[in-house]
Each structure stands twice: as structure tokens, then as C-alpha cells.
Design a protein around this ligand. Structure first.
Ligand SMILES: C[S@@+](CC[C@H](N)C(=O)[O-])C[C@H]1O[C@@H](n2cnc3c(N)ncnc32)[C@H](O)[C@@H]1O
Length: 266
């Protein structure tokens, strides 16, 4: 007889989440593309940090002919193109200021397999030196950024914006009825017990360490990484998500509860 343990469930859950999680695709009213203005505004504010990060790339004595970048958790909206465009523009200017021709650019767009890559690809303008608007080759790379995503020493610049707060899975203790950290069916950490908060913190630390370990293998020596993620003051516990808690903790939770009730009635 085979008995599924809580750990088996957790592995199954992680594998399942990888395949079903995604932002709303397409270009409709409810799509991520039409509902990511806040992220877009923040990106405009912090884009100078991306440029400063690119300035730290250590170049070999002869300039590289090809520059590779990878956007992890790219989703399918305009923000992805803003980041890609800023990399191309800034590196082209930098090469020009040193009297070199710009390199060719290859940009890998990576997200979970359920992401709407087709919408993203349709947004990419044709590669056309004459039009001068798209000066990079693009490719989609489906899969989790908590796994290896590219060959060793392959990528000059990693970017990831508004994605790293997605955990690889719900902490197993939070769904284990026998655990002190059991979150009583809730889907978010805001307002939960201290033990649940600690379980979420452990999950985040271990996910982030895994993310960084793989990027360390994949990044070329002298390469750079630009990460933008949601945060909160370190003085507060994960169980206090501030105003975000109102949205994710209360509104989403009660919508989710309504949905589950409606489904279980049928
Ligand atoms: C809020 S969107 C951010 C999209 C875009 N980077 C931006 O700045 O607007 C978060 C994206 O992260 C992706 N994501 C979440 N967990 C991921 C994982 N483990 N591996 C790869 N992508 C992931 C989601 O599918 C989603 O498309």
C-alpha cells in the first residue's frame, strides 16, 4: 500500500502550480496587459536603476558581439518590452560612447508554461534595422525560475520584475492540519498566526536562495542582475502585509471563499 505523505502532496502541488499559474492572457479587459499600469508606473521610476546596473557589466577587452539577456517571469504585457527596450538602448549608447558598433542582442523571455507567450510574441515588433524599433532577437523559454533555465555562463543580464514574490508552493505546514502553522484554509498569510508567518518566511528564503543559486551558475562572469519585487519593512512580520493585505488578504480571500462555496454547492 502506498500512503501519500504531506511532503508528497507538497511536491505534487508544486508540479501542479507550475502548470496552471499564469496571469490572464490576451489583450481583453481583464488581461494582465490591460491591468498592469501600477507595475508600469513603478518600472518608469526605477528604470534608472536598470541603467546603473547595466553600467556595472564587466566587459572583456574586446567588445562582445552578442549580448544575451533573460527576463524571468516576463508575463505577456508591455512592461516586458519596456525592460527589453531599455537594455538594448542603454547598451547601444554605451558601446557607441566607447567608439564601438552595438552588439547583437538576444533576449530570452521566460515564464511558467501556462503563460500566454503568443500574446507576447505578437507584441514584439518585427526585427528591422531599417525601422530601428526592434533591435533584438527574441525567444520564449517556458519553465520555472526556481529551476535551471539556461546553459552555464550564458546570460549577460538577468531581469525579473514583480515576479519573485510568487513562491514555488504554499508552505507545506500551512496546509497540514496537524501543524501549528496550519492556515485554516486561508490562501494568504496576512492576519495569520506567527507560526504560519514563520512558515511563509522559511519558504521565501529557501525559494530565493534556490533562485540565486541557479542564476549564479547561468550568469556570465562580470554579468549583472536587475530584480524588482514587492517588499515590506523588515521590522514587520509576513503576517502584516500593510495595505496590500487589505486587497490580497481580505478581498481575494472572501472572493475565493465565495467561489469555493459556489463550486461545492454544485
Ligand atoms: C505580476 S507578473 C509580472 C510580469 C512582468 N514581469 C511585469 O513586470 O509586469 C508575475 C509573473 O511571474 C510569473 N511567475 C511566477 N512564478 C514563476 C516561476 N516560478 N517561474 C517563472 N515565472 C513565474 C507569473 O507567471 C507571472 O507572469
Amino acid at each position: 500500500m502506498v500512503t501519500a505523505t504531506v511532503e508528497d502532496d507538497a511536491v505534487a502541488q508544486r508540479e501542479c502550480l507550475k502548470n496552471v499559474f499564469s496571469m490572464e492572457g490576451g489583450q481583453g479587459e481583464a488581461s494582465y496587459m490591460n491591468n498592469s499600469q501600477v507595475q508600469s508606473q513603478i518600472l518608469q521610476i526605477v528604470i534608472y536603476v536598470l541603467k546603473e546596473t547595466l553600467d556595472t557589466i564587466r566587459h572583456p577587452p574586446r567588445p562582445e558581439k552578442l549580448l544575451t539577456a533573460a527576463d524571468l517571469g516576463c508575463s505577456c504585457g508591455q512592461n516586458t518590452l519596456v525592460v527589453a527596450g531599455a537594455i538594448v538602448q542603454h547598451m547601444t549608447d554605451m558601446y557607441g560612447s566607447r567608439g564601438h558598433d552595438p552588439p547583437e542582442f538576444c533576449i530570452y523571455f521566460s515564464d511558467l508554461p501556462s503563460n500566454d507567450f503568443n500574446t507576447l510574441f505578437r507584441l514584439l515588433p518585427d526585427y528591422s534595422a531599417a525601422a530601428g524599433n526592434r533591435r533584438f532577437f527574441g525567444a520564449g523559454v517556458p519553465g520555472s525560475f526556481y529551476d535551471r533555465r539556461s546553459p552555464e555562463c550564458f546570460v549577460d543580464v538577468f531581469t525579473s520584475t514583480f515576479s519573485l514574490h510568487w513562491l514555488s508552493q504554499v508552505p507545506i505546514e500551512a496546509v497540514d492540519r496537524g501543524s501549528l502553522a496550519y492556515n485554516r484554509g486561508k490562501v494568504f498569510v496576512h492576519g495569520a498566526s506567527e507560526a504560519t508567518g514563520a512558515a511563509y518566511r522559511r519558504r521565501f528564503r529557501s525559494d530565493l536562495a534556490r533562485f540565486l543559486r541557479f542564476r549564479a551558475v547561468e550568469l556570465k562572469p562580470g554579468g549583472a542582475m536587475f530584480l524588482v519585487c514587492l517588499g515590506r519593512p523588515s521590522s514587520t512580520a509576513p503576517t502584516d502585509q500593510g495595505s496590500l493585505g487589505l486587497l490580497l488578504g481580505d478581498l481575494f480571500q472572501s472572493s475565493w471563499d465565495d467561489l469555493v462555496r459556489a463550486v461545492s454547492r454544485h
